[in-house]
Design a protein around this ligand. Structure first.
Ligand code: GLA
Length: 397
């Protein structure tokens, strides 16, 4: 008999206690350190992507939602140009000067990188001090880095007082990650973390940076299935996929694979290597699936959404080749359960998480069965998270 409590960490937005425990901890630590309550607290959520994978850097479509797990910072302004931040999770205090930003290493580089990006955009940056903590599992593909960046951006905004513009802040946070931290990610994670909407996923057009909020189908629950695997080579494989996509777009003489129609691709098959053909086929069909998924959600059609998620997984596994044995095993087990509309790997891939859409009244049996069967087939203990769609980055009351 599998004990549900071993696997499920439940976060139900509407029934959440008035103040989250992590938030309470940082406020208490802040009071211990500074002798008074913080001037404000910011919250930046993690994210899970329902469908639209490896499409953002091809100027395509994605359909993520912000989750209830988040990073919180309690802070107050300082009179000088120093940022001092104590991390409860890393058990260390980091300090840097806004006047002389210098690249070093560690978690603080995400904060420093955001300060750098704000400065390059001519936005005023002023000193502050505070305490940070979060409950987004790291390295699981739930965007703890983007959450850290956007939490930092929100603090800089609150201290300096310029208007909060979620899309612009997402772009500057992406620039921080690309150019300061050195990770070549697309815009999806930062944009959903900045602009998420409670109860909704966002259809994001990654070329025009426009968003459309779409509700989750009624009586369905999003279940995040962490395979408990992490892969070291994700970054190099990710960059390699990007290059393959860019080379194929260049072959067609267009800015990005978004501009290539499916028929144009199939007509060109003899001129492409099988590998480039398959990579492009994933991106082009995934863009189509993602827009169809948003339409299915508008109609409350959980069956259609689930079917598209299943197709997305097959395409990521066979054509884009970014899944892995544990992710495939998890998805297969999830898809076979009663009440599961669909399941797929989510995020960059190789290891990390899958996502499933499950009938709300079947969630408990689903979780128990998936946890048990996954453990039997891989000898790994999964972590399973149930999350409503939460709000994007904000100063919390
Ligand atoms: C990572 C990147 C995103 C996106 C996904 C794959 O999460 O940060 O920009 O490319 O992989 O869809």
């Amino acid at each position: 008999m599998v004990d549900l409590g071993d696997y499920v960490l439940r976060f139900t937005f509407h029934n959440q206690p008035a103040m989250d425990n992590t938030q309470k901890n940082i406020i208490n630590t802040f009071i211990d350190q500074f002798g008074e309550p913080p001037a404000f607290v910011v919250r930046a959520p993690g994210r899970v992507n329902l469908i639209g994978e490896h499409t953002d850097y091809n100027d395509g479509f994605v359909l993520p939602l912000a989750i209830e797990r988040a990073i919180w910072i309690a802070a107050r302004p300082r009179a000088d140009r120093i940022v001092q931040l104590h991390s409860l999770d890393w058990e260390e205090t980091a300090v840097f000067s806004l006047t002389h930003l210098q690249k070093e290493s560690g978690w603080i580089e995400y904060v420093k990188g955001v300060a750098w990006a704000l400065q390059t955009a001519d936005l005023e940056t002023a000193g502050w001090e505070g305490v940070i903590s979060g409950d987004i599992p790291q390295g699981a593909g739930l965007s703890s880095s983007a959450a850290l960046e956007l939490a930092a951006a929100r603090v800089f905004q609150a201290v300096a007082g310029w208007p909060w513009q979620p899309i612009r802040m997402a772009q500057l946070s992406q620039q921080a990650e690309n150019e300061w931290v050195g990770v070549n990610c697309g815009i999806m994670d930062q944009l959903i973390v900045a602009a998420g909407q409670g109860g909704h996923a966002l259809l994001i057009d990654c070329r025009h940076l426009t968003t459309t909020a779409v509700p989750l189908p009624p009586t369905t629950t999003v279940v995040i299935l962490d395979t408990a695997t992490r892969r070291g080579l994700v970054d190099s494989a990710y960059n390699e996929r990007r290059q393959q996509c860019e080379a194929t777009a260049a072959f067609f003489g267009v800015a990005a694979l978004r501009d290539v129609a499916y028929d144009t691709l199939t007509a060109a098959e003899p001129s492409l290597t099988p590998l480039h053909y398959r990579r492009a086929r994933h991106v082009i069909t995934e863009n189509e699936r993602t827009q169809q998924a948003a339409a299915a959600m508008q109609q409350g059609d959980a069956h259609r959404l689930g079917q598209l998620m299943n197709e997305s997984h097959a395409s990521l596994r066979d054509d884009f080749e970014v899944s892995g044995p544990e992710l495939n095993s998890m998805v297969k087990i999830a898809q076979a359960q009663p009440g599961c509309y669909g399941a797929r790997m989510t995020g960059a891939g190789f290891g990390g998480c899958a996502v499933a859409l499950v009938a709300s009244d079947r969630v408990e049996t689903f979780v128990t069965a998936v946890a048990h069967q996954y453990q039997q087939s891989t000898s790994l203990t999964p972590h399973i998270y149930i999350s409503q769609a939460s709000e994007g980055t904000a100063v919390v009351p």
